[in-house]
Design a binder for this molecule. Structure first.
Ligand code: SF4
Ligand code: SF4
Length: 252
């Protein structure tokens, strides 16, 4: 191999023993370039001793076939095929707790690198991203359409049957407990807080301008269509409201 090249990318990659179909190298490179080109990348990856401290302290590594050391090594050695393979499943095991970042002697942030890889998986519409994010579509719809996510009274056994007996841990007199929160808007269990029309429309604009809605369209086109209808409706409502205000001002 010609080591005089400034790039660390190997000329030949691939696993001859793998049953997985080969992915076009150009596509692998495109995905990696997106990861490496992220402004957080150089901050989160400074080198790697392969010491395994990150994996030893990683809660996800205890329960899943996942190792932050492996992820960092794949990135550090620019193993394009391995990176792509890890994006099919492994990266979605990380709990984003950043214990690894606090422990790494090199100052790396494996959790931060996983976050960059997840964003690249979404950008490229990978099936792994679609299936991982599908269960959150209801939450996403609620968050975008109302500005709120979960109201506290939605956290109950009926809404979360998959929590099993653990739901009892949040089974508390919320109506009473929330009266102790200093902000009056949070004293309710029915809603989290009130988001007015103008703020909702401003949030839509932020999601549009920052590419959030483009990513959503890549991952879930149906949900994107529903949300686009919501946005249109709210923008019209705001325009109507502003016109009414102007008419009221003229009358005075
Ligand atoms: S941020 Fe992810 S990789 Fe790092 S310790 Fe937590 S679960 Fe493990
Ligand atoms: S990322 Fe840090 S803690 Fe993990 S193996 Fe590399 S040097 Fe060790």
């Amino acid at each position: 191999m010609d080591n005089s090249s400034s790039t660390r990318v190997q000329e030949f990659i691939g696993d001859p023993l793998s049953d997985e179909p080969e992915i076009d190298r150009e596509h692998l490179k495109e995905v990696f370039d997106d990861i490496q080109g992220d402004m957080r990348y150089d901050h989160d990856l400074n080198g790697c001793l392969n010491c395994g401290i990150c994996t030893a302290t990683c809660p996800a590594a205890h329960y899943y076939d996942f190792s932050p050391r492996e992820i960092v090594q794949l990135l550090w050695t620019e193993n394009l095929e391995g990176i792509y393979a890890a994006m099919q499943e492994k990266i979605w095991s990380c709990a984003q707790c950043y214990t690894c970042a606090a422990r790494c002697p090199f100052g790396n942030s494996p959790g931060g690198l996983v976050m960059i890889m997840r964003e690249a998986a979404i950008k490229h519409g990978m099936d792994s991203a679609k299936s991982v994010l599908r269960p959150f579509s209801r939450v996403m719809l609620k968050l975008i359409s109302t500005g709120n996510q979960l109201a506290p009274d939605m956290i109950n056994a009926d809404h979360f049957p998959d929590w099993g007996p653990n739901i009892s841990k949040v089974d508390a007199p919320l109506d009473l407990l929330r009266q102790a929160i200093p902000m009056p808007t949070l004293n309710t269990t029915k809603t989290a807080w009130e988001v007015n029309l103008k703020t909702s429309v401003e949030l839509f604009t932020i999601w549009e301008e920052t590419g959030v809605l483009d990513q959503l369209e890549t991952i879930d086109e149906n949900l994107f269509d529903v949300i686009e209808d919501f946005m249109e409706e709210k923008r019209e409502d705001l325009e109507d409201w502003e016109e009414e205000q102007e008419e009221d001002d003229d009358d005075e």
